[in-house]
Design a binder for this molecule. Structure first.
Ligand SMILES: [Fe+2]
Ligand SMILES: [Fe+2]
Length: 165
């Protein structure tokens, strides 16, 4: 068997996040529909649009490295998204639902930040400058989404959840 390289690791993880992003793209509109506050709906909808662009960036990365854009089943993101769906089911009609949705969404963002951070670092050492730029743009979007969710939780969502307790 041929020895596996850092390039192989990069490709495996690229397929993983490509699969994950497409799952996330499907989940975000459901979360937007389930959210109570207009601001949270808006945050999820905006991020769904960004996610579409992120998927296109990943397709560009596949193209640059000369590989076909294919996803690889990622059980981690499936589990995280499933938790979000549980919140939607279990807390339907509860004032605490937005707090639960923010928590679920932040788990998604942190997963993505971990993946993109690693891929970017590997692309750097592999000398793939164009790829680094693309991955960094997405990483920045994931980080600002995470910050936006934290701000929403702190400014209104958690207080709303508490009031209804
Ligand atoms: Fe993403
Ligand atoms: Fe994201």
């Amino acid at each position: 068997m041929k020895t596996k390289t850092l390039n192989d690791l990069f490709l495996e993880n690229l397929k993983d996040i490509y699969y994950a992003e497409r799952k996330i793209l499907k989940a975000l509109p459901k979360m937007a529909r389930g959210a109570q506050s207009e601001e949270l709906k808006e945050a999820f909808s905006t991020h769904a649009e960004e996610t579409q662009v992120q998927i296109e960036r990943l397709q560009q990365v596949f193209e640059i490295i000369g590989k076909r854009a294919v996803g690889k089943t990622c059980p981690a993101i499936e589990g995280i998204i499933e938790e979000g769906e549980e919140v939607l089911d279990t807390f339907k009609g509860s004032a605490a639902i937005d707090a639960g949705l923010v928590a679920a969404a932040q788990a998604v963002e942190h997963y993505e930040m971990a993946r993109y951070g690693t891929l970017k670092a590997w692309a750097e050492v592999l000398g793939m400058d164009e790829v680094v730029k693309l991955l960094d743009q997405t990483l920045e979007e994931e980080m600002s989404t995470d910050e936006r969710l934290t701000a929403l939780a702190d400014s209104s969502v958690n207080a709303t959840a508490l009031e209804a307790a």
